[in-house]
Each structure stands twice: as C-alpha cells, then as structure tokens.
Design a binder for this molecule. Structure first.
Ligand code: CMC
Length: 402
C-alpha cells in the first residue's frame, strides 16, 4: 500500500550518504576522499590510496609503514588453503575460485564473526572493536593477492609461492605469480608500477553493483569475509568486472581493423554489445580510461605492442564518431584498454576480472567500514516489492491437475 516501483536498476535512487568517492559523471570527474584520481595515479601508490579510502585521510609516514607492514604480514595464507585450491577442476574460472576462496577465508577467523562474538562486534566503534576490524582489513587486502596468485598457479599445475618479504604490494603479487625458482628473481619495475596504477584506479568507484552487494550483505551484520565474497560474485558478471575479459573476447572475434565497420553495424542492430563502452554514471568520459590508455603505452614499450591494439583503436575511433554512440553518450570506460595491458603482460583472458577484484577489495572494505561505524547503527537493507502474482488459490493434488 502506498508503494511505487519507480526506479528499476536504481537509476535515480541514493541509498546512503558517503564520504568516500565523488563522481561527476557529466564532467568526467573522479575523486577519492576529495583527491583527484589523476593526482593519485601519478603521485600515490595503491596501498597508500587504500589507506586513504578506508580511513579518510592520507597517512603519515609512520601510519603508512604500519599499514603496509600489517597488510604484507597478513598476506601469508594457512597451508591448508593449498588443499582447498587443489580441489578445483583444472579449468575452473579464476573468479569462481576467488569468490569461493574469500568466503573460505572466513572459516579461519571466528574472532571476526559477529554470529559468534556478538552482533555489535563491528558496530561498537570502541578501541577493541576497531582493532579487530583493522585486522580483518589487513587480512583481506593482504591475502587477496595471495589467493589470486594461487588461482593462477593452480590451473598451471605449478607449486604455490609463499609471499616474499621486501617487495611492494604489486611486486609481491607479480613475484607469487611468476616466480619460477630463479635466483634473485625480481618483477620488472615498469610492469610493477603499471599494475600498481591499475590497482589504484580500480580501488573504488562508489556504489557500483559489487560495492552495493557488499553493503546489502554486510547490512545483515555478517562477517566481512562473507560480505566481500558476495561483492566478488557480483563483480564477476560481464556488465561489471567481467567486462575487461569480454573486451578481449570481442576484439579477438572482430579480428582485423577492417572488420570493425561490420561489428559497429551489428551493435547498432543490437545483435552485439560494444564491451568496454558505456557507463551508468559517466556520460562524457571515464577519467580512468585516459590514464589506462597512457599506462598501456608504457607497458607496450616493455612487452611489445599487442596485436589487438590496432583493432581496439579502430573500434574506439569508429564508435566515437558514430551517431548511435554519440546520441547515447557512450564512451570508453576503464575496461576498454585495461584488458590489452593485462594481455600484454601475459595474464590469461579469464584472469582479468581477478585483477579488478584484488584492488576492489579495498573499496568494498571502505564502504563496509563506513557503514559499520555510521552514527545510529546499521539498518538491514530490506527493500520492498509490489506483488503482481496470482491471488490466493488452493493446492491441487498432482493426480487431479489437468
Ligand atoms: N554497447 C551498445 N549499446 C550500449 C552499450 C554498449 N556497451 N551500453 C549502453 N548501450 C545503449 C543501451 O542499449 C541503451 O540504448 P537505448 O536507450 O536505445 O535502449 C543506452 O545505450 C543506454 O544504456 P543503458 O543500458 O540504459 O545504460 P546502463 O546505465 O543501464 O548500463 C552499462 C551501463 C555499463 C551496464 C552498459 O553501458 C554496458 O552494458 N556496457 C558494456 C559492459 C561494460 O563495459 N561494463 C563495464 C562498466 S565500467 C567498469 C565497472 O564498473 O564494472
């Protein structure tokens, strides 16, 4: 009674007030806690930006050192996880492994489970509660790279690598992925930096589908591992974090640049979707896409030019001057170019969404923490519906049904 279904897909519904990320979709502006993404991408690092997103201000040297050391310290995973990963099929999708593994992590930490420790475990906001919360944050950010590396290596039948000491967050990740037992192995610094910039760009994007899922799930006061796993599941889809994988599949299917016009026509007839284009919020340009495009050139200097780059550029240029896309305000989003970088760096196509999920753990946790500590406590997210099914009817035994 009195309810209206007015906003399918939440096009125009604000469900909360947030201090984390600001987007002006018409002007193509993205800021984390007030800092323009362009400044952070050049001057900050993924881990420093993680601190900023979660705690609200840039850390002092000492604060960053503690945060960095805690995250890296917690990147190690219980050796039982090896058995867990070995139980997946040899061709399991890495995002399926990642989603399951994040939930699995929760089985280790009963001290972080409000069902066992009291439902106000994370909402109290006292020093003890904040310390428990911080620890789960370190664990999730630290272990995300380790789980991701395990998901990569298990499919290749390779041994897992214990997280090294003395490397950066992305350096440690690349080390765990690629380390083949060489003496003095070190990740390429240009690729390490490029991945760090990509991680930073993917760290948060306000109330996208996966962050909303984390909040929806977290609003029942479930443990943070379960909430983050739910976010990861939401990210998996091709309209969200799966888009970078979809872009490469699309480019492979198009093949040569001369096939671009036919593909564009198919999109206009709605037979195909131009993956990596369009955004719910950005209606001019996605500021992240320019930084990713620049990063791509730096990576290609090391890895060599990706053979799909010409097709991607032809597709980009054709779409940008076509009336169909102009009228609908469709421009490249962060995923259009990122897949080409990951491909050039040697990651398999279906691994790309994992490279989105690992840094997005930061944003999910920032939103989760903000919700847990909001004044007035947490209200469970329970939307209403308007029932349009049949009225009351009586059960008919199976033999009497016509
Ligand atoms: N290719 C062709 N047509 C499109 C596309 C596209 N990529 N995106 C939107 N349109 C059309 C859509 O058909 C609609 O046309 P019409 O008004 O004639 O029916 C119009 O543009 C408006 O689009 P919409 O679907 O109402 O927009 P939305 O805000 O609901 O969806 C989106 C946003 C990102 C899901 C959509 O643009 C899309 O599917 N893009 C491709 C997938 C993709 O690249 N996703 C990554 C998003 S950025 C990273 C992230 O946050 O995950």
């Amino acid at each position: 009674k009195g309810l209206r279904v007015s906003d399918k897909g939440f096009l125009n519904t604000a469900v909360l007030r947030s201090e984390i990320t600001f987007i002006d979709g018409d002007a193509g502006v993205l800021r984390y806690r007030g800092y323009p993404i362009e400044q952070l991408a050049v001057q900050s690092s993924h881990l420093e930006t993680a601190y900023l997103l979660i705690y609200g201000s840039l850390p002092s040297k000492a604060q960053f050192q503690v945060f960095h050391d805690e995250v890296m310290h917690h990147s190690v995973i219980h050796s039982d996880a090896e058995q867990f990963f070995r139980s997946f099929r040899y061709d399991a999708h890495p995002m399926a492994m990642m989603t399951t593994a994040l939930a699995y992590l929760g089985s280790y930490y009963s001290e972080a489970n409000p069902s066992l420790q009291g439902q106000n475990l994370f909402t109290r906001g006292d020093a003890a509660s904040l310390a428990i919360m911080d620890k789960q944050i370190y664990r999730l950010i630290g272990k995300a790279t380790t789980l991701a590396a395990m998901a990569y290596r298990v499919r290749q039948g390779r041994e897992f690598v214990t997280p090294p000491t003395g490397l950066s967050y992305t350096g440690s990740f690349l080390y765990q992925m690629d380390h083949l037992g060489q003496e003095n192995y070190a990740p390429n610094p240009v690729l390490e930096k490029a991945l760090d910039v990509l991680f930073l760009l993917h760290a948060d994007h306000e109330l996208n589908a996966s962050a909303t899922t984390v909040l929806q799930t977290g609003s029942s006061l479930v443990d943070p591992f379960s909430a983050v796993a739910a976010g990861c599941a939401s990210l998996y889809g091709p309209l969200h974090g799966g888009a970078n994988e979809a872009v490469i599949r699309m480019l492979i299917s198009i093949g040569k640049p001369e096939n671009v016009p036919a593909f564009i026509e198919a999109v206009k007839k709605r037979e195909k979707v131009l993956s990596g284009f369009g955004h719910r919020v950005y209606k001019t340009s996605d500021p992240r896409s320019f930084i990713v495009r620049k990063t791509a050139d730096e990576v290609f200097k090391i890895t060599g030019r990706d053979d799909l780059l010409d097709t991607a550029m032809a597709l980009h240029d054709a779409a940008m001057k076509d009336e169909y896309f102009i009228k609908r305000k469709l421009a490249p989003n962060v995923d259009f170019w990122s897949g080409l970088i990951y491909r050039a760096m040697g990651f398999p196509n279906d691994y790309f969404p994992v490279l989105f999920a690992v840094p997005r753990v930061v944003g999910w946790l920032a939103h989760w923490r903000q919700m847990m500590l909001q004044s007035g406590g947490v209200k469970i997210w329970r939307p209403r519906q308007i029932y349009v099914g049949p009225g009351k009817r009586d059960y008919v035994p199976v033999d009497e049904r016509i």
